[in-house]
Design a binder for this molecule. Structure first.
Ligand SMILES: CSC[C@H]1O[C@H](OP(=O)(O)O)[C@H](O)[C@@H]1O
Ligand SMILES: Nc1ncnc2[nH]cnc12
Length: 273
């Protein structure tokens, strides 16, 4: 399979189900080795070709604990994507980052389980260097492209689909973690295994489960915040996409032969995602 010249991928999180106006962009169905066909929309932002897909599906039918990041990362890498801009709804664990902030994540803490973690779990063994899960170059590009971003934050990724209890939230806060989410892992690691860099725009929708009775996050509250923030999120994605250097290459964190071997896996036909 030959890589096309689509260098930028956008993964829309909760509340971000389309990137292009209706009727704009070309739908592609990409068959993968995982028995899943990934549908992406390829369009243009500021003259740059961008492949978009909504993480939970266009109708938000896939919950966080059932996401399989492998077909998505594989499909984007096959298109030639090097840079991924993703969005994520997050709860805040610190008064320093209020609801409504747009934040660039820079560290992750994994509290997920049972999710496919790696492309290298059979004959080919590789260990991803993951000290800096988000690409520092893309991070700097995003920071320069969007005014008012909170420049760094750590995110604990919980299993979901339920939100944290007050005790769990207190533990996360006392550990010094800034934000909480359900989806960024293993997605960011899987992309990195295939050499793609990620920059994630975190949209702070709530204060998670706090000490006050009124600090009790609900999905309705999250979606309502996201609806209000959508124009700003789309504008920020566009600004970042336009600012990514045309020669951005990502980080070769895994050797090229191993990546090529994964991208050469045979297609398995099956369900559509
Ligand atoms: C809608 S409430 C929780 C839901 O929102 C976040 O999704 P995403 O990361 O895709 O923006 C969170 O991780 C949960 O999946
Ligand atoms: N409080 C929260 N916990 C986990 N994921 C979230 N997504 C948005 N808010 C969240």
């Amino acid at each position: 399979m030959t890589a096309e010249n689509v260098r930028i991928g956008v993964i829309g999180g909760s509340g971000v189900y389309r990137l292009f106006p209706d009727g704009v962009g070309e739908q592609r169905a990409i068959e993968t080795p995982f028995g899943v066909t990934v549908t992406v929309t390829v369009g243009e932002i500021g003259g740059r070709r961008v492949a978009f897909l909504p993480r939970h599906g266009a109708d938000h039918s896939v919950p966080p604990h059932r996401l399989d990041g492998r077909p998505v990362a594989w499909a984007l890498a096959t298109l030639g994507v090097r840079a991924i801009i993703s969005t994520a709804a997050v709860g805040s664990l610190t008064p320093d980052i209020p609801v409504g902030s747009l934040v660039l994540a820079d560290q992750l803490v994994d509290r997920t389980y049972g999710r496919p973690q790696t492309f290298f779990d059979a004959d080919l063994v590789r260990h991803l260097p993951f000290s800096d899960p988000f690409c520092p170059e893309l991070h700097a590009v995003a920071l320069g492209a969007v005014d008012g971003l909170v420049p760094t934050a750590s995110v604990v990724v919980i299993q979901g689909p339920r939100f944290s209890t007050r005790a769990e939230s207190r533990i996360n806060r006392s550990a010094g973690i800034d934000l909480v989410n359900m989806t960024l892992l293993p997605e960011v690691a899987l992309a990195a295994e295939l050499g793609m860099g990620t920059a994630t725009l975190c949209v702070v929708t709530d204060v998670d489960s706090g000490e006050q009775a009124e600090d009790a996050v609900t999905a309705e509250a999250v979606f309502s915040r996201l609806a209000a923030a959508e124009p700003h999120i789309l504008e920020a994605i566009g600004a970042i996409a336009r600012a990514i250097p045309v020669d951005y290459a990502g980080r070769p964190l895994i050797d090229a032969d191993a990546v090529a071997s994964v991208l050469g896996w045979p297609i398995v036909t099956g369900a559509t995602a």
